[in-house]
Write a protein of this length. Structure first.
Length: 495
């Protein structure tokens, strides 16, 4: 038998850290190769990690909700294979951060790779011994069968050493298993150094149920005993407080934050999607000189086309919206102005012109903004594009967009109109030269064939990297997008 430690892998796009969202296994569980063992949150997506070995889980080395650096061991698995040999058909654990190829087998595999059976990853009931803090908290009873008044209290401080006991029988030969980190609460070390905490068992249970650390509670009972009232008061003082300026409703974005003592502020750590989005937007805004051009368009014919497609049998299983026509217009305009489909390589001082279009669709999700892209979108017809957009958006809103789906974008559309916004000045997705903001479509007075009529009108805003795209190119490109939206039949000519 041998003990293996699985380091957090780089699941793509230069990941440096990730948050442990949910363990799918517990200490003592038996796992197989490629069985999903944990769900992590990377920069912009939730990723399921499979086990590279078959064996028994002996330790979870990172708690749920904690952020772990790539290369840090997160789980310990004991396999049946002798030390140094692969287990369950998988090679040895990678020595460094994940993502390194190690020949055949599973190694530091990711979901969908490797040769194992990939057992189900449903959440399991946690098993294993009681937490160490609970074991240490139980004071040994007197050997004479009598007890003193202090024996009715649980004391965090170590109890007096008991009388010497007979030496235990030698344990069977086997590998030495390091004590699991997950079974030792982070507060235990601090508790050993602090003053002893006195509390009756019912009070300790109440504190555990409320998630209160007894060492942080100010005792008011006789002799320094922590009372039930002390625990309740501490829990109420640490609970989030409703702000006077906001209704007391569900605000999930505050769930991971810390409320100030007066309840007037909540501080939420910057991580995951918000952290990576901020880094990307700052890098883009202060690296690429942005220029934005605008155009107002009569899209009445586009609205008629959308209504017609909704009645078309071929489009019965997909959602047809004006965004679909806008996406097609963007692709047709790229074909007419390929210079806009480029990126600036600062390191090599080169302009990279792309002979493909990976069309990005900015998607607002409960976890934040993500921009996955449709690979080789220029090769799709209108129906194929509709299906790709539907798959892309549903995956993004479920939080399952993979890093590879957001890499190597060409040009992006952000549909600000879905929120009722007329237009905006969008910031470029890093590595791209253009992003189109598609505004709300409203019925407005419009001069049509010499008469003022009520027409469907929208506003477009195109931001470009001025290092790559001159004003003339930006204006001509946006004008062509507008022409397709104004008269979709033009796409038959340009397509």
């Amino acid at each position: 038998m041998t003990t293996q430690r699985f380091p957090l892998p780089d699941v793509g796009e230069g990941l440096t850290e990730a948050e442990i969202v949910e363990w799918r296994v517990a200490v003592g569980d038996t796992v197989t190769v490629n069985q999903v063992i944990v769900e992590i949150e990377s920069a912009k997506s939730l990723v399921e990690l499979p086990s590279p070995w078959a064996g028994t889980v002996t330790a979870l080395l990172a708690e749920e909700g904690t952020t772990v650096d790539v290369g840090t061991a997160i789980i310990e698995i004991t396999t049946d294979a002798p030390a140094g040999a692969p287990s369950g058909g998988a090679p040895e654990a990678p020595a460094a951060a994940a993502g390194e190829a190690s020949g055949e087998g599973s190694g530091s595999v990711l979901v969908g790779y490797g040769t194992g059976d990939g057992a189900g990853g449903g959440r399991r009931r946690r098993r294993g011994a009681a937490p160490a803090a609970e074991v240490e908290a139980k004071r040994p009873t007197s050997t004479s069968g009598t007890s003193t008044s202090s024996a009715r209290l649980d004391v965090d401080a170590p109890a007096p050493a008991p009388a010497p006991a007979p030496a235990p029988a030698p344990a069977p030969a086997g590998p030495a298993i390091e004590k699991p980190m997950a079974s030792v609460p982070a507060s235990s070390a601090a508790g050993a150094q602090s003053a002893r905490v006195l509390a009756k068992p019912p009070v300790r249970k109440l504190a555990k149920d409320l998630g209160v650390d007894l060492a942080s509670v100010h005792p008011t009972g006789p002799g320094g005993i922590v009372t039930r009232e002390d625990v309740v008061a501490h829990a109420e003082g640490a609970a989030p407080k409703a702000l006077a300026t906001y209704p007391d409703d569900d605000r999930p974005w505050l769930a991971s934050g810390t409320v100030s003592g007066d309840g007037r502020q909540t501080r939420v750590p910057v991580k995951s999607v918000r952290k990576r989005t901020a880094e990307a937007m700052v890098a883009s805004a202060f690296t690429a000189p942005h220029v934005t051009v605008f155009q107002t368009v009569d899209v009445t014919k586009t609205m008629k086309l959308v209504a017609s497609l909704k009645e078309d049998r071929d489009f019965a299983d997909v959602r047809v919206t004006p965004l679909l026509v806008a996406a097609k217009a963007v692709l047709l305009a790229v074909n007419r102005h390929p210079q806009i489909n480029a990126s600036w390589d600062e390191a090599s001082q080169e302009i990279v012109y792309k002979h493909y279009v990976n069309l990005g669709i900015a998607a607002a999700t409960p976890r934040g903004l993500v921009v996955p892209n449709i690979k080789d979108a220029h090769t799709l017809d209108l129906l194929g594009l509709a299906k790709a957009i539907a798959t892309l958006t549903s995956t993004a809103r479920a939080g399952r967009t993979q890093p590879a789906d957001m890499a190597d974008g060409s040009i992006t559309i952000t549909n600000v109109g879905i929120f009722g916004t007329d237009t905006g000045t969008p910031i470029l997705n890093p590595g791209e030269a253009g992003i189109l903001a598609f505004g709300a479509i409203r019925k407005q007075p419009w001069v049509h064939k010499g008469k003022i009529k009520a027409r469907w009108v929208t506003q477009l805003a195109l931001s470009v990297d001025h290092r790559l795209v001159d004003g003339e190119l930006a204006a001509r490109y946006l004008a062509d997008v507008a022409k397709v939206l104004e008269d979709p039949a033009r796409g038959l000519v340009w397509g």
